[in-house]
Design a protein around this ligand. Structure first.
Ligand code: TNX
Length: 594
């Protein structure tokens, strides 16, 4: 495992933090650029690439101050319509009332309609843009929601502004028919190595929703911290949560916090997959309850980044009482069907002891009514109904995994050398590791989930997930820097048909998203592989040029720095019921090495 960013690296990052005056000037510049950003987006620019796209350039549709959002009868579509309205109101400044009937299609409306169309599946949608009407139809609210994310991308990047922008809000004419390749499309956030407050997690959920991801895997426990309250085991949080990598204070989610996360996710059609990592990665639990340790001796807290040394005692009944309590509590607060039991890197629990442990924990999971998910190391354990393995290998070849699939398991693909978002983009990326290699955007994109693991048939693939381990990641801007632009690459692999796969096309489409992220205050890595729109001539941003001659600072708003000193209140989408309207972060200096 590579070393974490040194104090000198971080020092350098904060040295590049712009002064307040520069920030204000940049904010004005971004707003000015956005004002002029009225060129219609092309219907073919959507990420992930839709299944079918038919542009009709004569049919562009312009939103207007009197545009209304109409929904088909019933309340199921109403929440999606309100979500859409909340997305579009800040930048347009239009009232966009939501009305409960689709009968009156006026000249200026967006219609969301639930239909019986069974060709669209559980998440598909149709979008038709004509001069008169924009219509999204789907068989489910989830399908409508994904259609809304497409609609959002078809408006100019300035739609991401949280304050009104004078512009022509034109949607490109034509139609899209779309549905996902895989039912499981996720990202993982490790909240154990570093703890992230609820507001940060909500913002990550919004990022997933933009790219039609539908699973958020939370890695809730590890050696460095225990992050979830469990009644009857108070020391897990009073003691086990008080540490993280380095010397930070740690933290944990109360039951109410966790419920807020799952509710916010559910409103965005995202299922939370909670992970309690067992039997290894448990030092924080052992610090809290030494009775669970193999020798009964409480270990010291651990805040380093090694793995594989800790484990709960697999021979003690107390261990299984603990696990039943923890998994029972987490299951009770989790609406989704999965419980992730980890199972990785338990180097000290070997052979039959390890498989026996996993099989017993799988039974405890089954007793909660959920399905077991585990890292692919659990493969040798017996099959149990609905068992899912998460592949994180780097060479696509593991006979034990293939055999577990033959016995009925399905796979989530997170190959370490393509999907691990904690890997560095390039040798000089200031955050991350390189044990699985460097992962630039091309590498994140260029693999096929359907044929990745040897001797595993395409039908056994449930989907893809991009994990972000956070040994080196300490703040929301740093999370975003590692997610963008690689998360959309993995999202496209999970959603788009393999027949649309094209690196040349993807990098062109992705380029248009840089200005969107900038307008939304999202920190991102301005990878030199992506042809970001050229910076306007008059920009005051210190746009620098990569060796390839590509500006590393995108035109309508440069990447923000992940320096914690620049980040303001973590922002969630304006649809967040109880979160404040975000403060836009408009700092300008990318941390990209130039
Ligand atoms: C391996 S991948 C781990 C994690 C580390 C990660 C760092 C896996 C299941 N385990 O414990 O955080 O590498 O990249």
């Amino acid at each position: 495992m590579s070393s974490l960013p040194s104090a000198a690296d971080r020092e350098q990052m904060s040295l590049r933090t712009p002064a307040a005056g520069d920030l204000a000037r940049t904010a004005a510049q971004v707003a000015g650029d956005l004002l002029t950003a009225t060129t219609p987006v092309r219907l073919t620019d959507v990420v992930p690439m839709p299944e079918q796209v038919r542009p009709e350039p004569a049919d562009d549709h312009q939103l207007a101050a009197d545009t209304v959002i109409q929904v088909s009868s019933g309340t199921a579509a109403l929440a999606v319509a309100e979500h859409l309205a909340a997305l579009l109101r800040p930048a347009t400044g239009y009232p966009l009332p939501v009305t409960g009937t689709a009968d009156l299609e006026t000249d200026s409306s967006i219609v969301l309609a639930l239909t019986e169309d069974d060709t669209l599946g559980a998440e598909g949608y149709r979008l038709a843009v004509t001069r008169a009407v924009v219509r999204i139809t789907a068989a489910t609210p989830a399908g409508l929601f994904h259609g809304v994310q497409t609609l959002r991308q078809l408006l100019p990047p300035a739609i991401e502004s949280r304050t009104p922008v004078a512009g022509r809000w034109v949607l490109p004419g034509g139609s899209i028919v779309d549905r996902p390749r895989y039912p499981y499309r996720g990202a993982m956030l490790d909240v154990a190595r570093h703890f992230f407050p609820v507001a940060d997690v909500l913002r990550v959920i919004d990022h997933l929703a933009r790219y039609k991801l539908n699973r958020l895997h939370l890695h809730l426990t590890d050696d460095q911290g225990w992050r979830i309250a469990v009644p009857g085991w108070p020391r897990l949080t009073t003691v086990g949560a008080a540490t993280e990598v380095g010397d930070g204070p740690g933290g944990y989610y109360t039951t109410a916090d966790y419920q807020r996360i799952v509710t916010y996710a559910a409103a965005r059609h995202i299922t939370v997959v909670p992970e309690i990592d067992l039997p290894g990665h448990t030092n924080a639990a052992l610090v809290a309850y030494g009775e669970l340790a193999p020798d009964g001796a409480t270990p010291p807290p651990y805040t380093g980044t090694e793995v594989g040394f800790s484990y709960v005692d697999p021979t003690s009944e107390r261990t299984y009482e603990f696990i039943a309590d923890v998994l029972g509590e987490v299951a009770a607060n989790t609406p989704g069907p999965y419980l992730h039991i980890g199972g990785d890197e338990a180097f000290k629990v070997k052979g039959a002891t390890y498989t026996g442990f996993v099989e017993r924990v799988q039974r405890i999971v089954a007793d909660t009514g959920k399905s077991t998910v585990g890292w692919h190391q659990i493969a040798p354990a017996a099959h149990t109904e609905g068992r899912i393995l998460q592949w994180w290998g780097t060479n696509g070849d593991d006979p034990a995994t293939a055999e577990a699939v033959r016995r009925g398991a399905r796979l989530i693909l997170s190959p370490g050398n393509h999907a691990y978002l904690d890997m560095k983009y390039a040798p000089d990326t200031p955050l991350g590791h390189d044990w699985a290699g460097l992962i630039d955007v091309h590498r994140a994109y260029d693999w096929d989930p359907g044929s990745h693991v040897a001797d595993v048939p395409a039908e056994a693939i449930l989907g893809v997930e991009a994990p972000l381990w956070t040994e080196s990641v300490t703040s929301l801007p740093e999370i975003e820097f590692m997610l963008f632009p690689r998360l959309p690459a993995i999202a496209e692999l999970g959603w788009s048909p393999q027949s649309t796969h094209s690196w040349a096309g993807f990098r062109e489409r992705l380029a248009g998203h840089g200005p969107r992220w900038a307008a939304a205050g999202i920190t991102y890595h301005s990878s030199p592989e992506i042809p970001w729109p050229a910076a306007p001539a008059e920009t005051t941003a210190p746009a620098t040029t990569s060796p390839a001659g590509v500006p590393t600072t995108p035109a309508t708003g440069p990447a923000t720095t992940p320096s914690p000193s620049v980040a303001t209140t973590p922002a969630t989408d304006p649809v967040a019921e109880s979160t404040p309207i975000p403060t836009q972060r408009t700092s300008e200096t990318a941390i990209d090495p130039v």
